[in-house]
Design a protein around this ligand. Structure first.
Ligand code: SAM
Ligand code: SF4
Length: 461
């Protein structure tokens, strides 16, 4: 049997795409390996969001070249860099066999056959932009033994944020019809999934026959599903209807990832984010009133062209004011075809060392806030959905609270159970403690243990 190795870069959309790739390869009688040196087929699923991600992909390709020379392994690049570079990538990397975009995953058998039989170098980066696009359905059997799963509800993005390459690599928004989404959720629930995360670049502009709020409410009603999450959202789509869904349906997990990007209005305008800080805060206040205790996380870009010290201080102030549970912060990276990438020089590039200094200050502040918020949990009993053994200590269990806080604890509950854990220690990124009670056992018993092995190899941000 031939073996494959997938190296995944980037966001959850890519991790999900890699899972779909492994399903397609499984049907071609390939089996996964965690060691690239043993692989007959190596695929890099790439991210183009920042330049660094592209550089990492190129250096990884250099490493896998050896496997190609020694074993004759096939080497392919998928994902956003593939979509962006197309045949240019074959020219840049002469030992690469094939390049395929995010919409060509279902065509992998055809692509691999052409490479093997015709000795051709293949580029397959056509976009399926319209409603004719058929979303790859997850095979529920590959989720058996897992507790949480991602379900794609839309692809692409119709926004034009001036820093972002996604509209160029993932195309226009296409929503998946809601009956399809609900059927996939129901099939996942039958094999034991308790928590689903609905994913898309911009989920709350979903238009698959229901509003996004209605889709969440319907998903929460699927028998067996205990928690529903989603990612990612644009603040301008945080509607009153969505806020109301948080108020009325407790199964919608109290965690909202709401990327603000910056705390200064002139920069937000240049970013083409179409909200002001005041509007963002007003939406957030409404959300917090509807669901007290909701954990809020965000994305921030520092060093956007033209960002002054004063603009940056406003991001610091906003961070203190909102008290985010966590932040994913990045330094601005100019991307091809984006307005900010093209006009960086005339808009006023921020020197690299200034960007780094700002990022360090922001991350330090966020670590302090995360630490304080987690410390508030000390001594409390929190409800945890058990996902399996702890990564750090196989004698401990691992799970997450509804707010998405990770918890490692002493206990014996099987994956899929709900338990209460008494919190004895906290850090900015995790809670730890002891199991106090089992609230609910899983409806589908998982295999004796384990966080199921993903057939993927490495996931990197
Ligand atoms: N759709 C989401 C939204 O609108 O907020 C964001 C999706 S994007 C894949 C994830 C994050 O990457 C963004 O929120 C932004 O903070 C960051 N990002 C995007 N382009 C970037 C760039 N050129 N430089 C640095 N960070 C960037
Ligand atoms: Fe990129 Fe903006 Fe679309 Fe998010 S909303 S994916 S940041 S263009």
């Amino acid at each position: 049997m031939k073996r494959y190795f997938i190296h995944t870069f980037g966001c959850q959309m890519n991790v999900n795409d890699s899972l779909r790739m492994s399903e397609v390869l499984g049907r071609m009688s390939y089996s996964p390996t965690h060691n690239a040196d043993e692989a007959d087929l190596i695929i890099l699923n790439t991210c183009a969001i920042r330049e660094k991600a592209e550089d990492k992909m190129l250096s990884a390709l250099g490493r896998y070249r050896m496997v190609k020379t020694q074993r004759g392994a096939l080497l392919g690049v998928g994902g956003c860099v593939a979509q962006q570079e197309k045949d240019k990538l074959l020219k840049k990397v002469p030992y690469l066999d094939f390049v395929f975009g995010p919409d060509a995953i279902a065509k992998l058998p055809e692509i691999i056959e052409r490479v093997e039989q015709d000795r051709a170098r293949v580029v397959e980066t056509v976009w399926v932009d319209s409603e004719e696009y058929v979303f790859p359905r997850a095979d529920p059997e590959t989720s058996r033994g897992k507790v949480t799963e991602f379900v794609t509800v839309m692809k692409g993005c119709d926004n034009v944020c001036s820093f972002c390459v996604v509209p160029h690599t993932r195309g226009r928004e296409v929503s998946r019809p809601f009956p399809d989404v609900l059927q996939e959720v129901a099939e996942l629930a039958k094999v034991g999934i308790r928590e689903v995360t609905l994913i898309g670049q911009n989920v709350n502009s979903y238009q698959g026959g229901l509003s996004f709020a209605q889709l969440l409410l319907r998903t929460a009603e699927v028998p067996g599903i205990a928690r529903v999450r989603f990612t990612t959202s644009h603040p301008h789509d945080l509607s009153d209807e969505l806020i109301e869904a948080f108020r009325v349906q407790p199964k919608i997990a109290p965690h909202f990832h709401l990327p603000v990007q910056c705390g200064s209005d002139p920069i937000l305008k240049k970013m083409r984010r179409d909200y002001t800080v005041e509007q963002y805060l007003e939406r957030l206040a409404k959300l917090r009133a509807a669901r007290p205790g909701i954990a809020v996380t965000t994305d921030i870009i520092v060093g956007f062209p033209g960002e002054s010290d004063e603009d940056f201080e406003k991001t610091m102030t906003l961070t203190e004011q909102v008290r985010y549970e966590n932040q994913f912060s990045f330094i601005f990276s100019p991307r091809p075809k984006t307005a900010a990438g093209i006009h960086e020089k005339s808009w006023g590039p921020v020197p690299h060392e200034v960007k780094i200094a700002r990022l360090e200050r922001l991350q330090k502040l966020q670590r302090q806030i995360s630490g304080e918020l987690m410390a508030e949990q000390l001594g409390r009993e929190v409800e945890v959905l058990v996902e399996g053994a702890s990564k750090f200590d196989p004698n401990k269990r691992f799970g997450r609270t509804a707010e998405n806080r990770t918890v490692n604890f002493e206990g014996d509950a099987p994956a899929g159970a709900f338990v209460t854990v008494k919190v004895e220690r906290t850090s900015p990124n995790a809670l730890s403690g002891k199991q106090v009670a089992v609230l609910e056992l899983p409806q589908v018993m998982p295999p004796p243990d384990a966080r199921p092995q993903m057939p993927l190899s490495i996931a990197e941000a």
